[in-house]
Design a protein around this ligand. Structure first.
Ligand code: VG1
Ligand code: CO
Length: 541
């Protein structure tokens, strides 16, 4: 088998964002585009000579072909073994688990997560380290540097490997090991949760709808919820992964998971509803007539995790991304455990999890997870909820009401302005940055600003500093606005406006109503309508 050295030139814009490199699929399919980036990954991690890697993706369009290219380049780099999920499929949390279980040196995950898939939609590639977690910023910076100076890449010339049959085969000296993508993950879940209690719950007539959104969690959810735990057949809907996610947007929120939302708000609602995203790391939780915001979900899971066997000794600490609401902080305070505030993106939780400082982590964008892997984990969150509901023997609504009664309610919403002009987005952020120092003391929309800054994070474990992580404006009484630009979009810029308002005793309001002054303050401060030309957000979660 011939090892080829292909001459190439640097390609602009291959900078990994919040979670790897995401681009339009057609861009990834351009000559050398994928190859350049994969070579830059290898260069950024000091090569793959003698290493064992994990490979899998969310099954979106181009997943299968990209897998063959990555395998040829791993072989050309001298990798010893690549463990691939059957059909080149692996959910993000399952990939993280496989890296850890098998003691691999790292893994490549092909996914653009919640972004739509297809020839005209999005594709993505990211690298995870030997702890199973996304490459930290210094490593992604090295990869980006490598993309800027690349002159050649290495690839072997050979036929495609059969990735549909379990077992080992050779690509030159490299072993390609095809494994069941679900098995190890399902075993891990059975270790963490009281499957007998959840089985009894379903046997007692508890009903559920899990929307896999035509994405990767279909096979995982069917195997675990229906085949193992005894949920009724048909509990998992849209269960077969498709390369374009059925033409949908595999983002589990009330907008994109509307069918599920409508079901849960109607008369025929089952007891529990949930959904996951393209690569299986996000979750949406919804009870009968009761949507649970991700920030609240994190807080409820933190307060009740000890009810599941895997967390029976309690939590070492909790961590949330900065834009996530402070609901979980209130739980941590009561439990007397540490709480950490990190920049957006799961890679910032890795050190806290590795160091045993945090057990549970979460983001407002529907990501929750724990130290069982180093990624957020959609199905894990759903199973923890089920475990809690089984032990508490209560509805989702009752759990929420109890929670708010005990801790107060952090009303929360995120408004996204998608695909806006990049220059306008940057000038909006710069305008805010320029006036931050003068804001404290001012009154906007009836709210008094108590502090304003641009978030920077000093990692308490390795001392690294990450700057420019979002602008936050705090108001007296605990309300807050955060604004940042998305690092996962592939078109123009996406402005995310995070809104929060706390009430200790009033839990029945509609969140958009409760937040109306905060929403008005955000627009007045940033001039969103004027600068973006938009009168309303594209997505409200
Ligand atoms: C978004 C979310 C962030 C999440 C990231 C990756 O990033 O806000 O919380 O970690 O997506 O999630 P951004 O930069 O667009 O705001 V996933 O499920 O797309 O891997
Ligand atoms: Co995802």
């Amino acid at each position: 088998m011939e090892r080829l050295t292909i001459t190439t030139t640097p390609i602009e814009g291959q900078k990994p964002g919040t979670s790897g490199l995401r681009k339009k699929t057609r861009i990834f399919m351009q000559p050398h585009y994928l190859e350049n980036f994969v070579q830059a990954i290898w260069n950024g991690i000091g090569g793959v000579q003698g290493k064992t890697l994990v490979l899998g993706g969310d099954g979106r369009y181009f997943n299968d072909r990209a897998a063959q290219v990555i395998l040829r380049m791993a072989a050309a780099g001298g990798a010893e073994r690549v463990i691939v999920g059957q059909g080149a499929l692996l959910s993000t949390p399952a990939a993280s688990n496989l890296i850890r279980q098998r003691g691999a040196d790292g893994g490549v995950i092909m996914s653009a997560s919640h972004n739509p898939g297809g020839p005209d939609e999005d594709f993505g590639v990211k690298f995870n380290m030997s702890n199973g977690g996304p490459a930290p910023e210094d490593v992604t910076a090295r990869m980006f540097e490598a993309t800027k100076t690349l002159t050649e890449y290495h690839i072997v010339q050979t036929h495609d490997v059969d990735l549909d049959t379990l077992g080992e085969s050779q690509m030159g000296d490299m072993i390609v090991e095809v494994v069941d993508p679900v098995a190890d993950y399902a075993t891990l879940m059975a270790d963490l949760f009281d499957f007998d209690a959840i089985k009894a719950l379903f046997a007692g007539g508890f009903t559920m709808c899990f929307d896999a959104m035509h994405a990767i969690t279909g096979p995982y959810a069917t195997a675990i919820l229906e085949d193992t735990l005894g949920a009724a057949p048909g509990t998992v809907i849209n269960a077969v992964p498709s390369p374009d996610f059925g033409g949908g947007h595999p983002d589990p929120n009330p907008i994109w998971a509307k069918t599920l939302m409508d079901l849960m708000m109607g008369n025929a609602a089952p007891d529990f509803g949930a959904a996951s995203d393209g690569d299986g790391d996000r979750n949406m939780i919804v009870g009968k007539g009761c949507y649970v915001t991700p920030s609240d979900s994190l807080a409820v899971l933190a307060a009740n995790a000890h009810l599941a066997p895997g967390y029976k000794d309690g939590l070492a600490g909790v961590a949330r991304s900065m834009p996530t609401s402070g609901a979980v902080d209130r739980v941590a305070e009561k439990l007397g455990i540490g709480s950490y505030e990190t920049p957006t993106g799961w890679k910032f939780f890795g050190n806290l999890l590795d160091a045993g400082r945090a057990t549970l982590c979460g983001e407002e964008s529907a990501g929750t997870g724990s130290d069982h892997v180093r990624e957020k984990d959609g199905l894990w969150a759903v199973l923890l909820w089920l475990n809690i509901l089984a032990v508490r023997n209560q509805s989702v609504l009752a759990v929420m009401q109890d929670h708010w009664g005990e801790y107060g309610r952090n009303y929360y919403s995120r408004h996204d302005y998608e695909a806006i002009d990049s220059a306008a987005a940057n000038s909006l952020m710069q305008g805010l940055r320029d006036k931050l120092a003068h804001l404290p003391g001012q009154t906007v929309a009836g709210l008094v600003i108590s502090a304003a800054d641009e978030f920077a994070y000093d990692d308490p474990v390795d001392g690294s500093r990450s700057e420019g992580q979002g602008i936050r404006i705090l108001f007296e009484g605990g309300a807050r606005v955060v604004m940042r630009l998305s690092g996962t979009g592939t078109e123009g810029a996406t402005l995310r406006v995070y809104l929060e308002w706390f009430s200790a005793d009033d839990f029945g309001k509609d969140p958009q109503q409760a937040l109306s002054s905060v929403i008005e303050a955000a627009d007045t401060l940033a001039g969103i309508r004027d600068l973006t030309g938009r009168t309303a957000p594209d997505v409200i979660t």
